[in-house]
Design a protein around this ligand. Structure first.
Ligand SMILES: CC(C)(COP(=O)(O)OP(=O)(O)OC[C@H]1O[C@@H](n2cnc3c(N)ncnc32)[C@H](O)[C@@H]1OP(=O)(O)O)[C@@H](O)C(=O)NCCC(=O)NCCS
Length: 184
């Protein structure tokens, strides 16, 4: 079973935890990011009421069975720097999906990679998981490098897979099978 509360997970660089009210500042800081509001439900408006609704939705996900939404924090400073989600809609079919983002000022320090490795190691231990997957646009080298560094394998190009902003976009699909040889 997927827990109905978000666990706290730690890696060498990150601590992953549930969303708190104080994380509104992090969400506000990425509202004008060129990518994040287009591929997530982060509100591009940056309005406080929209951010409050965003936080509410993240906290609800564990209860409504759609996933576990974590804040990525720096293990030493405890600063909230991004988010990683484990999406569980297809858990009854043994499939889990992962998505992540890090605010621009905290990038290129290994946090996203450690967050993915940490979440992956935990998620493969959930009963009945046959496959973890994630979807990355081909231009997004940072994202697919992280996936590959964590043992995910590129399987193919899904043409026009997803609406991003006002366009449909192709996506690489990556997977990791819970096998000791694949694990980060
Ligand atoms: C993609 C993203 C999560 C990367 O976060 P990050 O914390 O900077 O990533 P890391 O520091 O953990 O990077 C780990 C690896 O990726 C590489 N990398 C990161 N960003 C990169 C970039 N823009 N171009 C090329 N390589 C990049 C790093 O060099 C490192 O690889 P290496 O160890 O082989 O050198 C971040 O840029 C982001 O949030 N982008 C906007 C949202 C997004 O695209 N999310 C993913 C959607 S699928």
């Amino acid at each position: 079973m997927i827990p109905t509360t978000v666990p706290t997970l730690t890696g060498p660089l990150v601590l992953l935890r549930a969303w708190e009210d104080a994380d509104a500042a992090l969400v506000a800081s990425v509202a004008s990011d060129p990518i994040i509001p287009t591929i997530t439900s982060v509100p591009g408006s940056g309005a406080p009421e929209d951010i409050a609704l965003y936080l509410h939705r993240q906290r609800r996900r564990a209860l409504d069975g759609t996933g576990l939404s974590f804040v990525i924090t720096d293990i030493r400073s405890k600063q909230a720097i991004g988010s990683i989600g484990l999406w569980t809609r297809d858990y009854d079919r043994g499939r889990l999906s992962i998505g992540y983002w890090v605010a621009a000022q905290y990038r290129r320090q290994g946090h996203a990679q450690d967050a993915l490795a940490t979440l992956t190691r935990w998620a493969v231990g959930l009963p009945g998981v046959g496959r973890l997957q994630l979807f990355v646009e081909p231009w997004n080298e940072g994202s697919w490098r992280i996936a590959e560094n964590c043992g995910f394998m590129r399987e193919g190009l899904l043409r026009q897979w997803q609406q991003v902003g006002d366009q449909r976009r192709d996506m690489w699909v990556y997977s990791l099978i819970p096998d000791p040889d694949d694990l980060p």
